[in-house]
Design a protein around this ligand. Structure first.
Ligand code: A2P
Length: 314
C-alpha cells in the first residue's frame, strides 16, 4: 500500500498528514516539529485556525535550503476563509497565509467552505443576536480568483472543502484548473460513501478531516457518541494489536481516503503514522463501513428562532 496518492495535477500527496485545527498556540509548533521528525511530509493548515504563524515557526526550523528537509519534500495545504471569498480579497488572503507559514508557495489551497461571510477582519462576523452575517458572493466567482493563484505560481493546485457533490460538479463545469481535492468530514460514523464514489468518478481526491471523530471539537457534548471509545473498534484493534485510532486511519487509507489526524501529543502523532505495517481484512473493512450512521460532528452553527447562529452563542 503506497503512502502517497497521485492527484489529478500529477502531485504526490502523502495519505497521512498532520491536522492543525484546534491545536492551541504554544502547542502546535512542537506538534509540527514532532510530526516532521517522525516522518510526516504533509501538514494541513488554514487561516481560520489562527495558528499558521506558529506552524511557520516549526517549518522554518526544518524545511528549506540547508535544513533537514527540502521544500519540495513536504506537502503544505492551507485554506481560504469565508470572509475572503470576494475576488478582491483572495490573493491577499493567500499571501497572508504564505507570509505566516514562511513559504513562497503552497502545494494546495482550498476554499474552506462553499458559503461566504461578510468581508472584513472578523473571523466569525455576527449580529448582536448571534446570527451569522453571510454574503452573496458565489463560490464560482471565488474559484476564478483561486485559479489566478495557480497562474501566478503562488499555489501548485487548488481544491474544495465542505463541498457536496452538486457543488463539486458546479466548480468542475466552469474550471480552467480542476479542483484536485475535496476535504470533508469523514470517519466511520460518517463514511461519506456516496460523495466518495462521486468524487472518485470525477478525479477529485477526498481528504478526511476529523478522521478520528474529533473528540476535542469545541461543542462536544457527553451525550454524543465517542468514536475512539467505540468497543466494536476496540475489539478489532485488539485482534490486530493496534490502537483504535490506527484501525480507523488504516480503514481510511485502505478505502483511498487521505486523512489528517490532529494531535499535539508526540506519542500519538507517531502512532498515527504507523498504519502501513498491517492491513484490515475485507470483512473488517465492511464491518467498520457498517458503523456509518451519518453522524456529522462538525456543525458549527445551528438554527435558532429561524436564524442561523454560532453554536457558542446558543
Ligand atoms: P491530542 O491532540 O490531545 O493528542 P480528529 O483528528 O478526528 O479531529 O481528532 C483529534 C482528537 O483525537 C484530539 O483530541 C487528539 O488528542 C485525539 N487523538 C489524536 N490521535 C490520537 C490517538 N492515536 N489516540 C487517541 N486520541 C488521539
Amino acid at each position: 500500500m503506497s503512502s502517497f496518492v497521485t492527484l489529478s495535477s500529477g502531485q504526490r500527496m502523502p495519505v497521512i498528514g498532520l491536522g492543525t485545527w484546534k491545536s492551541a498556540p504554544g502547542q502546535v509548533k512542537q506538534a509540527v516539529l514532532a510530526a516532521l521528525d517522525c516522518g510526516y511530509r504533509h501538514i494541513d493548515c488554514a487561516a481560520a485556525y489562527s495558528n499558521e504563524q506558529e506552524v511557520g515557526e516549526a517549518l522554518s526550523i526544518r524545511v528549506g535550503s540547508g535544513k533537514a528537509l527540502r521544500r519540495d519534500e513536504v506537502f503544505i495545504t492551507s485554506k481560504l476563509w469565508n470572509t475572503k471569498h470576494d475576488q478582491a480579497d483572495v490573493e491577499e488572503a493567500c499571501r497572508s497565509s504564505l507570509a505566516h507559514l514562511g513559504l513562497s508557495y503552497l502545494d494546495l489551497y482550498l476554499i474552506h467552505w462553499p458559503m461566504a461571510f461578510q468581508r472584513g477582519k472578523e473571523l466569525m462576523p455576527r449580529r448582536e443576536d448571534g446570527s451569522v452575517c453571510y454574503s452573496d458572493t458565489h463560490y464560482r466567482e471565488t474559484w476564478a480568483a483561486m485559479e489566478s493563484l495557480v497562474d501566478k505560481g503562488l499555489v501548485k493546485a487548488i481544491g474544495l472543502s465542505n463541498f457536496n457533490a452538486r457543488q463539486t460538479d458546479d466548480i468542475i463545469s466552469m474550471a480552467r484548473h480542476a479542483p484536485v481535492v475535496n476535504q470533508v468530514e469523514c470517519h466511520p460514523y460518517l463514511s461519506q460513501a456516496d460523495l466518495l464514489s462521486h468524487c472518485r468518478s470525477v478525479a477529485v481526491c477526498v481528504t478526511a478531516y476529523s478522521p478520528l471523530g474529533s473528540g476535542d471539537r469545541p461543542w462536544a457534548s457527553p451525550d454524543e457518541p465517542s468514536l475512539l471509545q467505540d468497543p466494536r473498534l476496540g475489539a478489532i484493534a485488539q485482534r490486530y494489536q493496534k490502537t483504535s485510532a490506527q484501525v480507523i486511519l488504516r480503514w481510511h487509507v485502505q478505502r483511498g481516503v487521505v486523512c489528517i489526524p490532529k494531535s499535539v501529543t508526540p506519542s500519538r502523532i507517531q502512532q498515527n503514522l504507523q498504519v502501513f505495517d498491517f492491513s484490515l481484512s475485507e470483512d473488517d473493512m465492511k464491518q467498520i463501513e457498517s458503523f456509518n450512521c451519518n453522524e456529522r460532528f462538525i456543525v458549527p452553527t445551528v438554527e435558532r428562532d429561524g436564524k442561523r447562529v454560532w453554536r457558542d452563542a446558543e
